[in-house]
Design a protein around this ligand. Structure first.
Ligand SMILES: Cc1ncc(COP(=O)(O)O)c(C=O)c1O
Length: 382
């Protein structure tokens, strides 16, 4: 733990966001905590989400499910992603529900069930127009029938993923949802409709009530982030759970005309005071923030990032602050500082990224500070 730069995770915010999402949904909520809880910390986010009433957890891989189990989390876990044959043993060990993405997956899980000596829980994911993975719509009913009869599996759900639910125009998403609903109706008529039926991730959960079905899955909204400034008024009730901060390591004066940083791409337009922050792209601060007008907060004031973001450092122009910052002063890259705030969404936009990519990119070198109500100051974790 270097103390140079750190992520702060506000568990009360996660719990609050889970409550907002659950109230809106009116049906059970699966908290999606894949990719280390979108860079926020899977175990902490998962615990907070379950404490606030999430009914289970969604991950992408067996390894992620095992990490949650190793931390002592006992709630139900669904591996939403495609799996490789080698990952099946881990999924079984983690007692996770697998998601079937193609008809052949049923055979693969059946074999794993034989080895495990017990039927394995599965759900079927249907592709309604993403062309990523998922069973083609026309193959879904035969697969549901086969899975219902198969003693090697226990079919618990049917789901789809809506790829355009953040778009301003929801007509395409409505059409895709209608296809999924027709499949649900056919499965019900055939007597093979499993108990859980879900389609909505954060955007559809907030924007499209008819997508809520009898379960929703949400990731980014639970972290207080609006995926594309599309969540409207209920989205405004969410509270960002993550702050990103770094220490000022040193300051220096440079004269007018002095080139700063790699490539000398930024040239001081005046006598300038620079502060060097102890984080760079090696910590996940996106390199494209370079010369995109990005700012950070020091002493509650916005200070421009200048020059190229470096691997271990970032330079900011602090000339306009009332007082030159001292080494050890804290710069806020994402979060609140006094009355001022810079959101993750703003920094992601400056870097040309979606919020998911900004937060997932936060590096392992960053320290982690978990704010919790039981420890009003904070506790540090490795
Ligand atoms: C299948 C599936 N469901 C749910 C989610 C959660 O999406 P969001 O973070 O937009 O709520 C994801 C995330 O990519 C996903 O792949």
């Amino acid at each position: 733990m270097s103390g140079r730069a750190w992520v702060e995770l506000d568990l009360a915010a996660v719990r609050h966001n889970v409550t907002v999402a659950r109230e809106l949904a009116g049906v059970p909520l699966l908290a999606v905590v894949k990719a280390n809880g979108y860079g926020h910390g899977a175990v902490d986010v998962a615990r907070a989400a379950l404490a606030a009433g999430a009914k289970g957890l969604g991950v992408a891989t067996a390894e992620e499910a095992l990490e949650l189990r190793a931390a002592g989390i006992t709630g139900s876990i669904q591996i939403l992603g495609s799996f490789l044959p080698d990952e099946l043993a881990g999924a079984v060990e983690a007692r996770a529900c697998l998601t079937l993405h193609e008809p052949e997956d049923l055979q693969r899980v059946r074999q794993a069930a034989r080895r495990a000596g017990r039927p394995l829980p599965v759900q079927v994911i249907v592709d309604v127009g993403m062309a990523r993975h998922g069973v083609p719509l026309e193959e879904a009913l035969p697969l549901l029938e086969a899975a219902s009869r198969d003693p090697g599996v226990h079919l618990t759900g049917l789901l789809t993923h809506l790829p355009c639910a953040t778009a301003p125009d929801l007509s395409l998403t409505r059409a895709r949802l209608a296809r999924f609903r027709r499949l649900i109706a056919s499965a019900a008529v055939s007597g093979v409709l499993p108990a859980q039926v879900h389609a909505a991730a954060s955007a559809a959960l907030f924007r499209l009530p008819e997508a809520r079905l009898n379960q929703v899955r949400a990731g980014i909204a639970l972290l207080g982030l609006d995926p594309a400034q599309c969540l409207g008024e209920p989205g405004a009730r969410l509270r960002p759970a993550l702050s990103l901060r770094a220490q000022v390591m040193r300051t220096r004066q440079v004269g007018k005309g002095v080139p700063v940083g790699y490539g000398g791409r930024w040239i001081a337009p005046r006598e300038t005071t620079l502060a060097l922050l102890g984080l760079g792209y090696g910590d996940g601060l996106p390199y494209p923030l370079t010369q995109q007008g990005a700012e950070v907060l020091i002493r509650g004031q916005r200070c421009p990032v200048v020059g190229s973001v470096m691997m271990d450092y970032t330079a900011v122009d602090v000339t306009d602050l009332d007082e030159v910052p001292a080494p050890g002063d804290v710069a806020t890259i994402v979060g609140r500082c006094g009355e001022a705030e810079i959101t993750l969404v703003e920094q992601a936009e400056r870097a040309g990224l979606i919020p998911y990519a900004f937060s997932c990119g936060l590096g392992t070198r960053l320290d982690r500070v978990v704010l919790s109500e039981s420890a009003p100051a904070f506790r540090r974790v490795a």
